[in-house]
Every structure is written in C-alpha cells, then in structure tokens.
Design a protein around this ligand. Sequence first.
Ligand code: ADP
Length: 401
Amino acid sequence: MKILVINAGSSSIKYQLFDMTDNKVLCKGLCERIGIEGSAFKHKVPGQDDYKIEVPMKNHEEAIRLVINTLVSKDHGVISSMSEIGAVGHRVLHGGEKFSGSVLIDQKVIAAIEECCELGPLHNPHNLTGIRACAEIMGDIPQVAVFDTGFHQTMPDYAYMYAIPYEYYEKYKIRRYGFHGTSHRYVSGRAAEILGRDPKDLKIVTCHLGNGSSISAIKGGKCFDTTMGVTPLEGIMMGTRCGSIDPAIIPLLMEKEHMSAKDIDTMMNKKSGMLGVSQRTSDNRDIEEGVKAGDKRCQLVENMLFHQLTKYVGGFAAAMGGLDAVVFTGGIGENSPRIRSFVGHKLEFMGCRVDDEKNNCRGKEVDFATPDSKIRLLVIPTEEELTIAKDTYEIVTALNK
Ligand code: ADP
C-alpha cells in the first residue's frame, strides 16, 4: 500500500509518499507561500534532480491538486494513478484531551479537531484545511490523524497541571499537553530496540532539539513528563521562542513597553530564544560558528542552551527515580556533537561515561557512551513522517480485515 503523509501549515504543505511494502520514501516535497504572491513548489524523487517551479496556488486545495498531479505526471511522477494511494496520514498539532492515539478521520473526529482549535489556533485550522482538501480531491479515501500531543496523554495529573486556580483547567482545559509526540514516541521506542530491552524496564530522557525543541521523560514506555505546555512555547529556549520565563515578565513588559497581548505573543514566539539573545541568528549552526569566532553573545546563547538542557535532563532523571538512556534527535540533537558531549560529561556524577570519538558524528544512529557507562547516550535521527505513515497503515489495514 502507498501512503501519502501531509503536514499542512498556514501557508505551506509538506508531503511524503511512502511505499509500505518496504517503508521507502517514493518522493517528498513542499508547497510554499500558498495564498501569497510568489507561491513555490518543490518536489524530490530520490536519485533524481529536484523539480522546482513557481506556480500560483490560491489555497490548500489547489496545492494538494498540484501535488497529486505531480505524483502521477509523466516526467516527475512515481505512481500511475491516484487510486494507487491507499490512505492519507495527517500530522495534526493539537488533540487536546480527546486523542491519546492516532485515529481514522470521520465527521466526529473533524468536529473534535475543530474544538481543539482554541488550544492550537496557529495549526489546527490549517491541518483541517488539509484534511478537507484531500477529501475534496480524493473522495472517500481513508484519512488518519496523528496528533503531536497524543503520546503525552499518559502524563500523571501532577505533571500536567499548572498551579493556577483549578477552575481554569475546568473551564478552558489549560494544562500541559506537550508536542513532538510522534518524535518522542519513535525515538524512545527505537532506543529500547537498539538497547535490546523491554521499554517497560527503561527510564529514558528524549531530547528533540531543532528550531522547536522539547524534552520528555519516558518511564516504562510511556510519557511521564515533557517540557512543552498548552502550546509549543514552554520549556527549553528555542530558535526564536523564549521557552519558560518568569510569567511576571509579561505584565511588566506590557506596562513598560505599552505592548498588547498580541505583541507579547509575537515577541515570545518570534523574537526570543537564540535570536533574541544573540540579536543575530536563530540558527544553531551560526551560533556554533560565532562561538568559534569568539563572539560573546553567541557564547552566552550556547551556555544558556547547555545549562537549560542539563537542568531538564537531570530534573527528569530525579523525577523518574533513575536514568537508563538519554536520546538526542532533531536538527541540533542529530548534528551537534558539542551539545551532546556537554550533557554527557555533566552526567558523569551519575556514572555516565562519554566516548567522544564515537560522538563525533552527524545524522546517524550511534550509542556514544563507553561500554562501562551507567547511562547510554544515543543519537537517533527522528522519523516523524514514517511514523505517521505506519500509524495510518496499521489503522487502514485493520479496517480491511
Ligand atoms: P525544525 O524544528 O524546524 O524541524 P530542525 O529539526 O531541522 O528544525 O533543526 C534545525 C536546527 O538544527 C537549526 O538550529 C540548525 O542550525 C541545527 N543544525 C542543523 N545542522 C546542524 C549542524 N551540522 N550542526 C549544528 N546544528 C545544526
């Protein structure tokens, strides 16, 4: 069966087509600036040159139509007709408390995703647009929703509640949800496979570090705690997001700088993090270059990032009552030996031992702890799209049984 995975954002759609007989990517691509002047389309078939065009895409439906037409086209296609696609899997940001796993999409599910728009206003409406556009173009093809929040629904109440009046949880469902769930689920499962251990016996901290970053405590194969909250803003500092700050900063700045709630939201999401402190860049590669060149602000950003990461890893280890492995994934986690080495060496007081030679690698699976280390240190490239495809395949094949 072939499965199309769709990640629909406000003005972009990312897609990948998988052949589930061998889990291979047949092609992937990106529609950018949908509904904006200068829309662009990029399509990649492994082993071939990228196909890039500028073509107007007025809305998500037009974009998905272009994707399908390309998938079946003579020059750039990989399938002969749309009917070869057995199902579509969608990345959906927020499932609130309604979804703890992936589900087949029907009208009830659509209504429930709609209800979660209040919690994920920047993503859920666009995820729904993607689902509706696929239904419009591909008729009654089975569609599956895979939620970023799903894996974290196992957190105990004392990990997901905020210490604000309980009524706000009851009225607005304000609590910790957590994100990057598909990635944390995949890498923690893969870690157990690599270590040849039953996930039930393991206490793992998974560090998904990219433009957006989150860290999770996985105890017995289930999420026990995570750093992101109601929205993907809380936790460790990120490319442009501030992460956790003293909440009293918000009213203080609103008063001093005459900022509105919207201004504050933009500042915290788009102008903070590595960009805000360095005043130069949100990109970790540039920060690492800056550190090498002796730039003090880049050094400060790196010190802050390393310090925060170590606090979360150590804090989660204490909260779980032990630590068997730390997993690094995401653009930074997979590609930055510096950050991995720092965390590994900081954990020496717990019996962790780093093999810095093994750690000197990028973008591939490796266990860079020495054989006698009490804690394993793993790099595992994340596979979010393949995980979505696998969930979709499982749900759809169960339907046909
Ligand atoms: P997103 O959260 O948007 O999916 P990614 O997971 O692709 O982002 O991560 C992007 C981050 O990874 C950027 O900060 C980038 O600098 C960092 N990164 C990518 N390659 C390297 C590298 N070779 N060394 C250090 N950092 C890297």
